[in-house]
Structures are given as structure tokens and as C-alpha cells.
Ligand binder design. Structure first.
Ligand SMILES: Nc1ncnc2c1ncn2[C@@H]1O[C@H](COP(=O)(O)OP(=O)(O)OP(=O)(O)O)[C@@H](O)[C@H]1O
Length: 262
């Protein structure tokens, strides 16, 4: 499976961007008229790049991710992606009446993969997320971390060139989250998939990303960005990760103060 995914990523070499967000603004109708949530966001994600979008609660991170996913349209500006992105959320959104394996097979079916290939492919994907042998397990039999592994396998089943992740590990305990950070870093390196990952956890952003984009609040604008050149695999407690996290947290605090939040 990793080979197929790696090949999908190779094909992307021709594409200049996994995602291109150009001068995007988004407003919603509110009680006091139109509320500007995102203001003039311009951002490219390169093929194979891992980018985290970081910002305070309510700054518009999920709104931006939904726009990139094509679930909603920008009020102004344009977004293009290299093919249809795959999505993964905080809640696993697995079908509880299907087994882990059948949840993945459903994604393969929706992609038009023939029935006789689905089982093997689902098994390979489960192996990729280190859940070998879990094909027949019901969702309720799986721990929170295992459910997110299945959700990741299901997202990878789409063989998209861009994976959009909205706080996928936020509901997990710290140790499980740590393990899944390692797994995601490994899978990203193995497959070459591009990742746009939303979080409000500064350390998580620095642990994972090649580039951290900080959004300001009300409206969400790109406040600053950092290139993270700390070698992988990183640990969340590594000194360089901690140092950069402190620096980013300071800027984030300043943003929050400026916008009267706490
Ligand atoms: N469909 C909608 N209609 C009206 N307002 C919306 C809609 N979607 C989002 N908003 C508003 O846009 C703002 C940004 O919300 P969004 O969920 O994108 O923030 P976020 O940064 O992802 O927050 P969190 O970290 O808490 O998930 C909020 O004020 C929210 O109320």
C-alpha cells in the first residue's frame, strides 16, 4: 500500500502545489450582519509538504480547512487542490455498525476499487497504521487511539495527494497522542502525502510540521509563519521543539491579547 501511495505522490511531482489558497476571505451572516472570519489568506502547500495551521480557538482554522476540502466556498478568492483531498477529524466518524476493515473497504468501494481487491488493500492499510489483525474488530471494541488509526487508514484509502486533518488527536490522552505523532510522521515520510494539519496545540504543531502558520483572530489572517528545520523524528520534549514552541506561544499570546480574548 505504501508503494501505491508513494507512487501517487510521485505523480504529484508534476503538480506545483498540493493546495493553493489565493486571497481567500470568508464571511458568515451573524446577528450583527456579516461577520468576517477569514481575511485575505494566501498560502501554498507544496507537494509532500507538512504544514500546520495554528491559532486560538475560533480564529477560523476549521473554516479554512473546510474551504480547502471543498465543503464550503470562499466569499472572495480562490482555492485549488491537486485532486480531491482526504479529510480526518477529531471525531473518527467511523460507521459503528461496520468492522474496522469494512469501514476502510467502504472508502475503497467509493473509489471504484473492485470488490475482490478491497479486502487485501484494507489489510495493507491496517498494517500501515499498525493495526494488523484488526479487520474484524467492531468500532466499540477499539480504543480511542485505535479508532483514530482506523480513521487515518480510511483517509489514506482515498489515495489523495493532500490529507486535511482537523485536530485529529485532540481527544486522545497525551501518551496515545505522542505515539500517533510518531506514526503520522512515519506514514507521511513513507507515502509522500501532503498534509495540512489544524491544531491549537503549539507543541504538536512544532512536533509535526515543516512549516507552522499562525492565524490571528477576528478576523483570521496569517500573522506569522515559521519554517521548522529540526530533524525528524522529533520528540515533543526535545529542547529545540520546546524552544521554538515557547517563541511561537509568545507571539500567539500577543495575538490573543491584541484581540481581547483570554
Ligand atoms: N457555518 C457557520 N455559520 C456562521 N458562523 C460560523 C460558521 N462556521 C464557523 N463560524 C464562525 O467562524 C468563526 C471561526 O470558527 P472555526 O470553527 O473555523 O474556528 P477554529 O479556529 O477552528 O476554532 P476551534 O479551535 O475552537 O475549533 C467562529 O466565530 C464561528 O462561530
Amino acid at each position: 500500500m505504501a508503494t501505491t501511495l508513494a507512487k501517487a505522490a510521485d505523480d504529484t511531482a508534476a503538480a506545483e502545489h498540493a493546495a493553493r489558497i489565493e486571497h481567500v476571505s470568508k464571511s458568515f451572516a451573524g446577528p450583527a450582519g456579516q461577520q468576517l472570519v477569514l481575511d485575505d489568506i494566501t498560502l501554498d502547500v507544496a507537494p509532500g509538504e507538512f504544514v500546520t495551521l495554528l491559532g486560538a480557538s475560533g480564529c477560523g482554522k476549521s473554516t479554512l480547512l473546510n474551504l480547502v476540502a471543498g465543503l464550503d466556498k470562499p466569499t472572495v478568492g480562490s482555492i485549488t487542490t491537486d485532486g480531491r483531498p482526504a479529510l480526518m477529524f477529531q471525531e473518527h466518524a467511523l460507521f459503528p455498525w461496520l468492522t474496522a476493515g469494512k469501514n476502510i473497504e467502504l472508502a475503497l468501494k467509493l473509489r471504484g476499487i473492485p470488490k475482490n481487491e478491497r479486502r487485501d488493500r484494507a489489510e495493507s492499510l491496517l498494517e500501515l497504521v499498525r493495526l494488523k489483525g484488526a479487520h474484524g474488530k467492531r468500532v466499540h471494541e477499539l480504543s480511542g487511539g485505535m479508532r483514530q488509526r482506523v480513521a487515518l487508514a480510511r483517509a489514506l484509502a482515498q489515495e489523495s495527494r493532500l490529507l486535511l486533518m482537523d485536530e485529529p488527536f485532540a481527544a486522545l490522552d497525551a501518551i496515545t497522542r505522542d505515539v500517533l505523532h510518531d506514526e503520522l510522521t512515519r506514514i507521511w515520510a513513507e507515502t509522500g502525502v501532503s498534509v495540512l494539519f489544524v491544531t491549537h496545540n503549539v507543541r504538536e504543531a512544532v512536533r509535526l510540521a515543516q512549516r507552522v502558520i499562525l492565524l490571528s483572530s477576528r478576523p483570521g489572517r496569517i500573522a506569522r509563519e515559521w519554517t521548522v528545520d529540526i530533524p525528524q523524528p522529533r520528540r515533543i520534549e526535545d529542547a529545540p521543539v520546546a524552544e521554538l514552541s515557547v517563541e511561537i506561544t509568545e507571539v500567539l499570546r500577543g495575538e490573543i491579547r491584541r484581540h481581547g480574548q483570554h
